[in-house]
Design a binder for this molecule. Structure first.
Ligand code: PLP
Length: 389
């Protein structure tokens, strides 16, 4: 049986159209886009096309697109860049974010604290939705930046970005959103979103790893965090990744063109998977199911079974997905997202995330649904015997 890949929130295969678009920029049009000769001009044309395509797909302007090495760098540029810009204007550095962000945001918020600034972490409810009352309170302190992820990568909860955008705009506080898991799965209109900064990543939408972007509405809001030549308006210096920009542009065009059909298909597959899993494992617990959730992520906990063992057995059965825990200092810790949502520790340790993508088929879903009940039974037996039950 062919292996089944249900880990698209971790990474996606590069789409053939993207490979075709970017290849010439590796070995034919390989000049430095800052060079004024024909080699440079040709490379510049590809880079600018990538910018236009990314901008169009997101409802932004081409000169608002700052390419980065990925989502992590875009998030760091947003938080640290905003903090540094505040400091250079003689203001306090104070970033506000949520307890369920990707580590790229949480670690960047920690770095702001290390620089002498402040970070406020907003809580979430049991569904993973940000506590808007807490946001209201902290906005009165006029922080430097608020950063709220559009779609959570572990449980798929979608935040009420329009409301958050309006709250931040009313308070005159810039809003950043990590839209890495939202791009290509939800319509995004940057201009209307209330966001001043938005992060995306190529490898979640069929472009290669190592390319992403921060969309910047107002360049005064962010200072550079790396220093060099004046490329990309001086906000992100360094010789531009032309092939990466072309790839992200192409993937963005495809994402925008296919959005409606893709989302409908993913939702149907996700619903099918969930129905089959519920039928096969009766006490399965679904995370973040009450509110709006992304079409490609399904996070479940299986009482009495540990996710490490489940993942291993699923892998042996040819099924690739991921867990909801992290191994830190040798001990398995439940994910910070599930902890913030108030999920009980033992349940959080039994979490499996399935994430769907372009090549996912009904046959894949059937294969998982067929394999999981037997795997759960084996892992539960193993867990019980290890615990001396
Ligand atoms: C929500 C979110 N933000 C940021 C990142 C980091 O993106 P990258 O892998 O491009 O650095 C990821 C990747 O998993 C993500 O899911």
């Amino acid at each position: 049986m062919d292996p089944v890949y249900l880990d698209h929130a971790a990474s996606t295969p590069v789409r053939p159209e993207v490979v075709e678009a970017m290849l010439p920029f590796l070995h034919v049009t390989w000049g430095n886009p800052s060079s004024s000769h024909r080699f440079g001009r040709a490379a510049r044309a590809g880079f600018e096309q990538g910018k236009r395509q990314v901008a169009t797909a997101l409802g932004a302007e081409p000169n608002q697109v700052i390419f980065t090495s990925g989502g992590t760098e875009a998030d760091n540029l947003a938080l640290l860049g905003a903090a540094l810009a505040a400091r250079s204007h003689g203001r306090r550095m104070h970033v506000v974010t949520t307890a369920i962000e990707h580590k790229a945001v949480l670690a960047a918020a920690d770095a702001v604290v290390t620089l002498g600034g402040e970070a406020t972490i907003l809580g979430v409810d049991s569904n993973g939705t940000v506590r808007l009352d807490e946001l209201d309170v902290v906005l009165q302190r006029e922080p430097t930046l608020v950063s709220v992820m559009w779609v959570n990568n572990e449980v798929g909860v979608v935040q009420p970005m329009a409301t958050i955008g309006a709250q931040c705009e009313a308070a005159g506080v810039p809003l950043h959103s990590d839209a890495v898991q939202a791009f290509g799965k939800l319509p995004i209109d940057f201009a209307a979103s209330g966001c001043r900064l938005l992060s995306i990543s190529g490898h979640k939408i069929g472009a290669p790893k190592g390319i992403g972007a921060l969309i910047v509405r107002d360049r005064k809001v962010v200072d550079a965090i790396i220093h060099g030549g004046g490329q990309q308006y001086g906000i992100r210096p360094g010789t531009e990744n032309v092939a990466g920009a072309v790839a992200l542009g192409c993937a963005a065009v495809l994402a925008q063109r296919e959005l409606e059909g893709h989302v409908t298909r993913l939702r149907a597959l996700r619903d099918d998977l969930l129905a089959r899993l519920r039928a096969g494992v009766c006490d399965i617990v679904v995370h973040a199911e009450a509110g709006a959730h992304a079409p490609h992520i399904l996070s479940v906990s299986i009482p009495g079974a540990e996710s490490e063992a489940l993942l291993m057995h699923l892998d042996l059965a040819g099924i690739a997905c991921s867990g909801g825990s992290a191994c830190s200092t040798g001990a398995i810790e439940p994910s910070h997202v599930l902890v913030a949502m108030g999920v009980e520790r033992s349940l959080a340790l039994g979490t499996v995330r399935f994430s769907l993508g372009h090549e996912t088929t009904t046959a894949d879903i059937e294969q998982v649904a067929e394999a999981l009940p037997g795997i759960v039974a084996r892992v539960r037996q193993l867990t019980a015997s290890l615990n001396g039950v």
